[in-house]
Write a protein that binds this ligand. Structure first.
Ligand SMILES: Nc1ncnc2c1ncn2[C@@H]1O[C@H](COP(=O)(O)OP(=O)(O)OP(=O)(O)O)[C@@H](O)[C@H]1O
Ligand SMILES: [Mg+2]
Length: 370
C-alpha cells in the first residue's frame, strides 16, 4: 500500500509563504492530477513529496511513513520533469541505466529492467541512440523510462508533455493512462492543462495561490464546482458567467433575472440568498442551445462563428455586452450577424453567490432531453 498523505503542509521561500497548510490524500494506485494556473504551487507541492524541497511545517507521509527528513532517493519516488534532463553524451540505454548503476544494482538486473521499460515504452530500437538523435516525444519516453526502471512506488510527473506538439501530447496522454494501468502504481501528475487533468485523473486537485480549492473526480468537479474559480477552470471552452439578480425565492429554488430581462427558475440552496441579491449565473457552452428552447432565454447577436467540423462555437454578444459562447452542431446554419435566442436548460446551469461560492446542488451535467 503506497498512499501519499500531506497534513497541514506549509512551504515558505524566505519570508514568502507559497503553500498554506495543505491537507491531501493520494490513495494507493490512484492517478491524482494537480491542476491550476501558473504560480499556484503545483510544482512546489510535488517537489515537497519528492523531497526536492524541505517542508517548512506539517507532515508528508508515503506508505504510512513520515518522510519529512528523508532524502529523495530514500522515498521510493521517481520524478519526470518537463525538461527531459537527459545526459547528452550517454545513449538511451546508459541514460536509463544511470541511476541503477549509481545504486550499485547488479548488471543483469539493470539489463533486464532497462529492456523491460524500453519494451513498455516501445523504444527498444532506440537504446543505442544519443538524445540529440531523437524527437522530443522519444526523449520524453526515455525520461519516463528512467523513472520506470527505478521501480518506484510513486511516480511524480511535472508537466511531462508540455514540450510536445498538440498531436503528440494527445498520443502520449493515452500512453500514460495505459502506463498507469500496466504499472499499477500511485501517480501524481502536475499540469496546467485542464483537458489533461480531466482525461488522466482518478482525482483532480485544483490549486489556487497555494490553497486547495477543490478535490474530486473529474466529473464531480465538472458537475459540482464549489466556486467560480473551479467552474471556470474545469471544462473547455470555459463556463459562461453572467451577472444576474435574484427576483424571488421559493423553498429550494430561486427565480433569477438574466441579463436582457429573461427569467429562469433554478433549484438551489436558498439559505444564504435574498430577493434582490446579485448572483453569478453560470452555464457551460455545451449546455446552451441556439434554438431558444429551454427554461429561460437570453437574446444576443452572433459576432463570430468558429466551425470545427463536428461542432461549431457561436460567440454571442448579449444586450448587456456580455459575451456568451454557445456550442452548436457542426451543421448549424447560424451565421455571423444573426440574432439568436440562447436557450438555457435549468437542470444544468449553476448559481454562485456574491462570494463566488456555488449555491446550486449537483447538476446532471447534461440537459435531460425533453
Ligand atoms: N525556489 C524558489 N524561491 C522562491 N520562490 C519560489 C521558488 N520556487 C517557487 N517559488 C514561488 O512559489 C510559487 C509557486 O511556484 P510553483 O513553481 O510551485 O508554481 P506552479 O504552479 O508549478 O507554476 P507553473 O505552472 O508556472 O509551473 C510561485 O509564486 C513561485 O514564484
Ligand atoms: Mg510548475
Amino acid at each position: 500500500m503506497v498512499e501519499v498523505r500531506m497534513r497541514q503542509v506549509i512551504k515558505r521561500f524566505g519570508p514568502v509563504e507559497t503553500i498554506h497548510g495543505v491537507d491531501l490524500d493520494v490513495e494507493d494506485k490512484e492517478f491524482v492530477v494537480f491542476v491550476g494556473p501558473s504560480g499556484c504551487g503545483k510544482s512546489t507541492l510535488l517537489r515537497l513529496v519528492a523531497g526536492l524541497e524541505d517542508i517548512t511545517a506539517g507532515d508528508v507521509f508515503i506508505g504510512g511513513d513520515k518522510v519529512n527528513d528523508l532524502p529523495p532517493a530514500k522515498r521510493g519516488v521517481a520524478m519526470v520533469f518537463q525538461s527531459y534532463a537527459l545526459y547528452p553524451h550517454m545513449t538511451v540505454f546508459e541514460n536509463m541505466a544511470f541511476g541503477l548503476k549509481l545504486a550499485k544494482t547488479p548488471k543483469p538486473d539493470i539489463e533486464r529492467r532497462v529492456r523491460a521499460a524500453a519494451e513498455i515504452l516501445q523504444i527498444t530500437e532506440l537504446l543505442d541512440r544519443k538524445p540529440k538523435e531523437m524527437s522530443g516525444g522519444q526523449r520524453q519516453r526515455v525520461a519516463i523510462g528512467r523513472a520506470i526502471v527505478r521501480e518506484p512506488s510513486v511516480f511524480l510527473f511535472d508537466e511531462p508533455l508540455s514540450n510536445l506538439d498538440a498531436k503528440l501530447r494527445v498520443q502520449m496522454r493515452i500512453e500514460l493512462a495505459k502506463l498507469h494501468t500496466d504499472l499499477n502504481a500511485t501517480m501524481i501528475y502536475v499540469t496546467h492543462d485542464q483537458v489533461e487533468a480531466m482525461t488522466l485523473a482518478d482525482k483532480i486537485v485544483v490549486l489556487r495561490d497555494g490553497y486547495v480549492e477543490q478535490v474530486g473526480s473529474p466529473l464531480d468537479l465538472y458537475r459540482s464546482p464549489n466556486n467560480t474559480f473551479v467552474a471556470g477552470f474545469i471544462g473547455s471552452p470555459s463556463m459562461n458567467f453572467l451577472e444576474s439578480t435574484v427576483k424571488g425565492l421559493e423553498n429550494g429554488s430561486a427565480q433569477v433575472v438574466l441579463p436582457g430581462g429573461g427569467e429562469i427558475k433554478v433549484n438551489c440552496e436558498t439559505g444564504g440568498l435574498n430577493a434582490g441579491d446579485k448572483v453569478t449565473f453560470g452555464a457551460r457552452p455545451e449546455h446552451l442551445m441556439e434554438s431558444g428552447v429551454g427554461d429561460g432565454q437570453i437574446p444576443g447577436d452572433v459576432f463570430v462563428v468558429e466551425q470545427l467540423g463536428g461542432e461549431s462555437y457561436l460567440y454571442v454578444q448579449t444586450e448587456n455586452k456580455d459575451m456568451v459562447v454557445v456550442q452548436a452542431h457542426g451543421e448549424s446554419k447560424v451565421k455571423r450577424g444573426d440574432r439568436i435566442n440562447i436557450g438555457l436548460p435549468a437542470n444544468s446551469v449553476h448559481l454562485f453567490n456574491q462570494d463566488g461560492r456555488a449555491v446550486t446542488r449537483e447538476r446532471t451535467g447534461h440537459p435531460v432531453p425533453a
